[in-house]
Design a protein around this ligand. Structure first.
Ligand code: SAM
Length: 249
């Protein structure tokens, strides 16, 4: 059985169109995963198919009503699990989440619109509330696509070259080293000589040093989470002249 992704959205085409492209589209055609979109409007009972209403307590905007979402989730027997609600107020979604979810059988992504979804619906149907970053999108669709792509590309068979997953950013709690391709010199900038040396041990050491230095300089929070730099790693950075820039440099 292929990996199942259900997306609950008021804009099914936006999600389906993107999923038809590139790696995701090819992997679906090959049967590695499948996407189903579910529109809460189809679970409304009134003639106007109303999915939103004004907020209790006042304030700007509209709120997605709970009934269509809860009815949808309760009436689709084979809905993929777990159910993740997308919200800027959620826990940050990480690569570790992507790995965990890719090891399962599927997931459902619940997209909000307007000011968000009535919290009772979220509490009743969602197993997790996740955010894709500290910014506010107009709707959950782009956030759902981010999560979907991050997870599905880790599903076995989807990428083809699973080796490339080993070293990429966040794999070992570090950012990835920089990449280069031809030409060897471009606008006066040379590819680092070590990458053209054919010395695999030296290349691996250079990449490791770049990865550590990038993480230290750009994402000290990630470095702190893995306990900082070891003595060997400091020595590796010194050897590659990537020691900590002096304050103010
Ligand atoms: N009033 C909400 C707030 O301030 O937290 C923002 C609602 S936003 C305009 C509408 C929908 O976009 C949300 O319900 C959510 O599904 C989605 N969304 C916006 N930003 C997001 C983010 N950073 N991560 C995940 N979902 C997001």
């Amino acid at each position: 059985m292929s990996f199942a992704v259900d997306v609950i959205t008021l804009f099914p085409e936006a999600v389906a169109d993107y999923a038809r492209t590139s790696i995701l589209g090819r992997a679906a055609a090959e049967g590695h995963w499948r996407l189903r979109t579910l529109d809460p409007r189809s679970w409304t009972a009134d003639v106007h198919r109303t999915v939103d209403d004004t907020p209790y307590g006042g304030g700007a905007g509209m709120v997605m009503r709970p009934e269509p979402i809860v009815d949808l989730v309760e009436s689709v027997p084979d809905l993929a699990r777990p159910v993740l609600a997308l919200t800027p107020a959620g826990r940050p979604f990480t690569q570790a989440d992507a790995r965990r979810l890719a090891a399962g059988t599927g997931l459902t992504l619940l997209c909000g619109r307007y000011e968000g979804i009535d919290q009772r619906a979220v509490d009743l149907v969602a197993n997790e509330e996740v955010s894709v970053g500290d910014f506010v999108l107009a709707g959950g669709e782009l956030a759902a696509l981010c999560v979907m792509e991050a997870v599905v590309r880790l599903v076995p068979g989807v990428l083809g070259n699973e080796d490339s997953l080993e070293e990429e950013s966040f794999g070992a709690g570090l950012l990835e080293y920089p990449h280069y391709t031809r030409p060897a010199t471009y606008r006066g900038r040379d590819v680092p000589a070590v990458l053209r040396s054919g010395d695999h041990a030296a290349i691996a050491a250079w990449r490791r040093a770049q990865s550590l230095a990038r993480t230290r300089d750009r994402r000290p929070d990630l470095l702190a989470r893995r306990g900082g730099l070891s003595a060997t790693e400091r020595e590796l950075l010194d050897r590659h002249r990537l020691d900590d820039p002096a304050p103010g440099e």
